[in-house]
Write a protein that binds this ligand. Structure first.
Ligand code: C2E
Ligand code: CA
Ligand code: CA
Length: 407
């Protein structure tokens, strides 16, 4: 498994890195203690200190291509998570240009500072660099996040990662119009992990780009199979979630095209689901990319609509065809006037602008009935169906269409 390649195990006494050697990776200590040794010009070896769980060693190798400045030896049996230079630079490349610049400058200064500290020896009254570093890492939960990111990287393309499909119902006809594809991760040791947990990690590490590509391909294939089995004479659409990092990819549209032609799915049957937040964070980039996607015939849906605190006027600016009203408003609308007003105005506004409206998180029949009278076009939620694996959802569709015929 790839996750094992990035976790290195050392026995007590093993040399992890050697002064003067060329290195290409840093390590996060997951378990065990190591000691840092520097050989002086006169041949004497000086012990510079120890490092334990939650700290980083060998980080200079990912900053520049100077040889290792110290030897690091395992004092106990150790388990280390590897961050290679290429991985680090790939992550850095996905950060915005200001972050890239600042990170580079800080790293260069850090090397300079470490060199001085090594010469001057630290004063006892200041927290040691190790203490400072550990408190940052603890705040960031880094070990856990890196472990999850490594495991997720290994999961992409294996049967650990699957898609579930939730039907999106047409409120006027009572029939299924399409689906939303939702990612599921069944971790070999930890069991199912919620997308609310692993998607942010995948986004922060840039792994989401590969995962989204996989999801789009899999969703297209599933759509072909589902349509083949249910044999409807109308088109069904498939809505796939995308993140900011996907949009930051230069060849985003080319990759979508490749997948559509490979799977032989018409562009109008695929809806790209993006959040309002993405539009607000990178307005110009999003406008251009979405414009091209729209020209290519793809559908564009705005997810979690209403939660972004943006002005509604920005809608004119983007080529959007569908608004998905966030579930928090639907959940509260029958008890809370403000939510109800908001739902009404989104439906009114969107309809005026020739957009389709989908209500998310519909759990009760009364909500569905209300949305229908308000002119909402589509709805999705537990009231109709939870997200299910492809086979279950296909069976359900067949069952529903037979029930409709005999009704
Ligand atoms: P989302 O895109 O807003 O997806 C809708 C979430 O609401 C799903 O949660 C779905 O299972 C849940 N849901 C559907 N109907 C109901 C309902 O009636 N009541 C309630 N309480 N919940 C309902 P899920 O699958 O846990 O996904 C959570 C979030 O993770 C998604 O929110 C989305 O932001 C993200 N996500 C999931 N799959 C992907 C993916 O393939 N790519 C990306 N980028 N994000 C994904
Ligand atoms: Ca969504
Ligand atoms: Ca949503």
């Amino acid at each position: 498994m790839e996750a094992n390649q990035t976790r290195k195990i050392y026995k007590a006494g093993d040399i992890i890195m050697r002064q003067g050697d060329q290195g290409d990776a840093a390590y996060i200590i997951e378990k065990g203690q190591v000691e840092i040794l520097i050989e002086k010009a006169n041949g004497l070896v000086q012990r510079m200190g120890t490092r334990g769980p939650g700290t980083i060693i060998g980080e200079m190798a990912i900053v520049d291509s100077e040889p290792r400045i110290a030897t690091i030896k395992a004092v106990e049996d150790c388990s280390l998570l590897e961050i290679t230079k290429s991985d680090f630079h790939r992550r850095l490349k996905t950060a915005d240009p200001v972050m890239q610049l600042i990170t580079q400058v800080i790293l260069t200064r850090y090397r300079d500072m470490l060199t001085r500290v090594a010469i001057l020896k630290e004063s006892a009254t200041y927290p040691t660099p190790e203490d400072l570093e550990r408190s940052y890492l603890e705040q960031l939960n880094t070990v856990e996040t890196v472990t999850m990111a490594n495991d997720f990287r290994a999961a992409i393309g294996t049967d650990q990662l699957t898609l579930h499909y939730q039907p999106i119902m047409n409120l006027a006809t009572g029939q299924v119009d399409g689906f939303e594809a939702l990612m599921r991760w069944n971790h070999p040791e930890k069991g199912p992990i919620s997308p609310a947990v692993f998607i942010p990690v995948a986004e922060d590490t840039g792994l989401i780009v590969e995962a989204s590509r996989w999801a789009l391909r899999e969703a297209c294939r599933a759509l072909r199979r589902i349509e083949g089995r249910v044999g409807f004479d109308r088109d069904l659409f498939m809505s796939v979630n995308f993140s900011s990092s996907d949009f930051a990819e230069e060849n985003f549209l080319d990759q979508i095209y490749t997948i559509l032609s490979e799977t032989d799915v018409a562009p109008h049957k695929i809806h790209l689901e993006i959040t309002e937040r993405l539009l607000m964070n990178q307005p110009q980039n999003a406008k251009e990319t979405l414009g091209m996607c729209r020209k290519a015939g793809l559908g564009i849906s705005i997810d979690d609509f209403g939660t972004g605190y943006s002005s509604l006027s920005y809608l004119h600016y983007y080529p959007i065809d569908t608004l998905k009203i966030d579930q928090s408003f639907i959940r509260n609308m029958l008890q809370d006037d403000t939510s109800m007003e908001l739902v009404k105005s989104i439906i009114g506004l969107g309809t005026n602008m020739n957009m389709k409206i989908i209500a998310e998180g519909v759990e009760h029949a009364e909500e569905a009935a209300f949305l229908k009278t308000m002119g909402c076009h589509m709805a999705q939620g537990y009231h109709f169906s939870r997200p299910h694996a492809e086979k279950e959802i296909t069976d359900k569709l067949i069952e529903w269409s037979q029930a409709k015929k005999t009704a």
